[in-house]
Ligand binder design. Structure first.
Ligand code: PFF
Length: 446
């Protein structure tokens, strides 16, 4: 039966948790590398536009479903009646599965990040073989570090909304910002960094309406705002009726976009500083090396050539990435855990353990078949499931919720909303424009 659900203690707590979910590897890694390869500042401009014109309205749909439902993803998405309701629930299951699969590969990458954070420390302690184990691709190392990262994630989630998620997000997000700003300040003084800065900030205007650029920017915006997997939905469900959802949604979007922008100020100048030291930063096609080479070869090569300061920088850089990763992973784990708890199957502790173990099993399977599965799982979840579930969420809010119910839901925390521009435009957005645009991304990925 209805049990007392957790709730964020403060608006700030929600903001830190939701921004923590949004700010992740997608910001500090995906965004800078996409920008570098998509016309520099032109991508930044298009990303900003799409984040506010498309991703924010879709984020609002997720938050509304969650706060309205006051329940886990499957229950909250069972909107409307009959077949609609069953379809919503099914999409909820799909979102939950997607969250679990994303967490399974995210934890592998985050495990590497932990390894790279610890390596310079073990080196300094004279444990060179440990340091090289930590940074060498190998099955045992991969799964051991994944297990460590998942255990950390579980340790936070087991504490619940206030005692775990909110508490740790409000500690870790300021730390992330400090590390980021500190690193930017340092990297921008390095020789060669100014060239990176101008590549990053100079828009190639002729590319701004490039179809590929727009689609990449849109996909990036959806992934970055954690849409379509129920992470934002579940955080929204821990909000009380007095909270102003449109305002909170704007703030989360602003923080997410702001941190992505800052990450670009760090990563791209750092790459050009590495180039200045003779590190090859372009691939065979003349594009900036992105994906894993950027993170695990180029930047460590830069740090490696800088002596003692390089070690400190490397620890700070990978700690930053790890922090960004963990505040995202807790939001993913919360999606299935809240479901298991609210179904009454298990208590929170047992649910966290059971779901964590199941996700570890998926990570193990991926790690054991790395070549075949890693890229495939990333592609299926981020390019297919995420946009598809986000699409269903928009449709549910746009068509299965009555205009009256929708207004009531938003009005409870924003009494003047009915006369606002937001209310005139947004319902049409979720009804038509967002679904259409998401369908476009989806069609493109097919
Ligand atoms: N928003 C995260 C990032 O940018 O790295 C990724 C993410 C987090 C996706 C949480 C999905 C999710 F549920």
């Amino acid at each position: 039966m209805a049990q007392v659900r957790g709730r964020f203690a403060s608006r700030l707590g929600f903001l830190m948790a939701a921004a923590g979910s949004a700010v992740g590897l997608g910001n500090v890694w995906g965004f800078p590398s996409q920008t570098a390869n998509n016309g520099g500042g032109a991508f930044v401009v298009m990303y900003l536009v799409l984040a506010f014109l498309l991703a924010w309205p879709a984020l609002m749909a997720e938050l509304v479903i969650g706060r309205h439902g006051q329940a886990n993803i499957v229950t909250s998405m069972s909107l409307g009646r009959g077949i609609t309701k069953r379809f919503g629930a099914l999409a909820g299951w799909a979102g939950m599965l997607t969250a679990s699969l994303i967490l399974a590969f995210y934890a592998i990458v985050a495990g590497w990040l932990l390894g790279y954070t610890a390596a310079p420390v073990s080196e300094a302690l004279g444990m060179s073989s440990a340091a090289s184990w930590l940074t060498t691709f190998d099955f045992t190392r991969n799964v051991s570090l994944t297990a460590v990262f998942l255990a950390l994630t579980m340790a936070i989630v087991v504490g619940g909304v206030r005692g775990g998620i909110e508490k740790w997000s409000t500690r870790l997000m300021p730390l992330l910002l400090m590390l980021l700003v500190g690193l930017i300040g340092y990297v921008l003084t390095l020789p060669g960094a100014d060239e990176g800065l101008s590549v990053y900030l100079t828009p190639q205007w002729d590319r701004i309406f490039d179809a590929d650029l727009m689609l990449s920017a849109m996909g990036q915006a959806f992934f970055s705002l954690s849409l379509g997997v129920g992470a934002m939905l579940i955080y929204g469900s821990y909000l009380g009726p007095e909270q102003n959802l449109p305002r909170l949604g704007v703030l989360v979007t602003l923080i997410d976009v702001g941190i992505a922008f800052l990450a670009g100020l760090l990563v791209i100048p750092a790459m050009y500083a590495a180039r200045h030291l003779g590190v090859e930063i372009f691939d065979a096609d003349g594009l900036l090396k992105s994906s894993d080479t950027l993170l695990f070869d180029t930047l460590p090569a830069l740090f490696g050539q800088m002596g003692g300061a390089g070690d400190i920088l490397m620890v700070a850089f990978f700690a930053l990435m790890s922090v960004a990763g963990i505040t995202s992973s807790i939001s993913m784990l919360e999606v299935p855990v809240s479901f298991v708890v609210e179904r009454g199957w298990l208590g929170r502790r047992a649910a966290t353990l059971a779901v964590g173990a199941a996700i570890m099993a998926i990570s193990l399977t991926i790690a054991a078949n790395f070549g075949a599965l890693f890229g495939l799982v990333i592609m299926l979840t981020t390019q297919y499931s995420q946009p598809l579930v986000a699409l269903v969420m928009c449709l549910l809010v746009g068509w299965a919720m009555s205009r009256h119910a929708l207004l009531k839901e938003i009005q409870s925390g924003a009494p003047d909303i009915e006369s606002s521009l937001f209310w005139k435009i947004w319902p049409w957005y979720v009804r038509l424009i967002c679904p259409l645009c998401i369908a476009l991304v989806f069609a493109h990925s097919l």
